[in-house]
Design a binder for this molecule. Sequence first.
Ligand code: FAD
Length: 494
Amino acid sequence: MKGSVAVIGAGPGGLVAARWLLAQGFDPTIFEQGPMVGGQWTGLGAQSGIWPTMYTNTSRVLTAFSDLEHVTDRAFLPFTEIRTYLQRYAEMFDLITRTRFGTRVDLLSRDGDGWLVSHSGTTERFNRVVVASGRFQKPAIPDVPGLDTFDGPAGVISSYDYPGSAPFRGLRVLVAGCAISALEIAAELTQLGADRVVLTQRRQRYVLPKFAAGVPSDHRIFTRYGALANETLAPPEIDRQLKEIVVEAGGSPEQYGAPVPNPSLFAAGVTLNQQFLPLVAEGRITVRPWIESISGGVVAFSDGESEEFDGLVFGTGFDLDIPFLDEDIRTTLNIDAVHLDADRYTFHPELPNLAFMGMWDQSGGFFVPLELQARWLAYTWGGVIPPIDDAEQRQAIAAYRARRGLPQKSRMNLAAVTFARAAGVEPRPDNWPDLRRALLFGPLAPSCFRLEGPDALPDAPDRFAQEAAAFGAITSNEFTERETRYWSMVESLQ
Ligand SMILES: Cc1cc2nc3c(=O)[nH]c(=O)nc-3n(C[C@H](O)[C@H](O)[C@H](O)COP(=O)(O)OP(=O)(O)OC[C@H]3O[C@@H](n4cnc5c(N)ncnc54)[C@H](O)[C@@H]3O)c2cc1C
């Protein structure tokens, strides 16, 4: 064995990190505060913001790791199916026996070139530590004047604590926010018996349906082409192309009676949701601008309107929160509620043998980038790829620091390609003429990152062809007219 590694958290990030560290000959011990593996996907109150009726926002193909396929061919899955999937994955790699359940890490601190992990009144030393305690564990509730005076019978909760629609039956509910959870909860309450649902938001985002023309939208939008375009084209052109795909799939919000979004998709933002806009069009959800103030049960909005509510649900995102890091680590990372200075969210040159998993915010599925991040980390520590140059890491951190304060949300395809490249497993389309279109314009299915490089699999080409063709998406190698147009822009600049 190459040495001990403490992995903090048994969610998808911790499990996939332990799987790839084991393959590199390390001896991982997983610390999990809860009673089972799966993190958010357990649906258990203390470690999960997923509610009882939640389905994945991301397609089955993109909510999986490369070693294990789902047993169903449904496009989107109930969260319980992902919970079972993660349990099977943990059993497949014998990770359950390596997990100490009910063990909450209270403090992580440096000890020479190793790390001390304190929990349950004791301290253990490990050669290396992976922090995989989750990016979406602490709901962010914005400051709203008078929020503490709200006295509606259903009270104020965050989407993290949303228990399902039953307690809101027959009630008037205000949902605050415009990200996925807010729109999903608003749509669910509307259809499952709330008396009235109003959504309040700071700005109108574009809304991309989960499904368009029978194909999950994440297969179309989070492509390798998109990542390459991001590196070569000017931001206004990328903005234009993304907006073209989004509006073609779901129209623009004002067509449904919602406010007009900023013409720039980057400025407005985009959320994935199937039912929200049609429910606005039917008049079953009312959209209001942001809250001005609250007094008792009455909420005043910035358009001068006010209305009485029985309950408030905030779906306003999550703060980055890793409470067990000691002061030395916190200062080095310059950590706050949004940022953590690390090279590609993973390493810091002054914190050797320590790595972070899953600590970025993005649109799109986490499983594929998490697996690629785990492989990069395991290949780096295992010596499969050369150690990262110190100066290069400092440069990457300085570049990240310069972006502090700007919108930080990434996109799944950008994160996946970044980690794949770092791990040396980014497939080259020219090596795979039969898969060229699928590799550029198809889904970033986990199998495409087993085509070449370390741990390539002989069945990866067939699996990837099948996954790209799922839902009738990429069934031929012929570019469409738009793909030809888009690709010629990027190819000429590469
Ligand atoms: C409402 C909601 C819906 C989502 N929908 C999707 C989706 O459709 N598709 C998708 O790909 N992603 C989705 N996500 C993102 C989701 O967070 C990721 O899929 C994935 O769970 C991230 O894995 P993780 O291991 O990094 O973190 P988590 O899943 O959060 O797991 C972290 C684990 O660390 C443990 N832990 C934390 N602190 C400690 C400590 N001090 N000591 C010991 N253990 C600790 C926690 O108990 C938890 O088990 C969603 C997230 C939310 C909140």
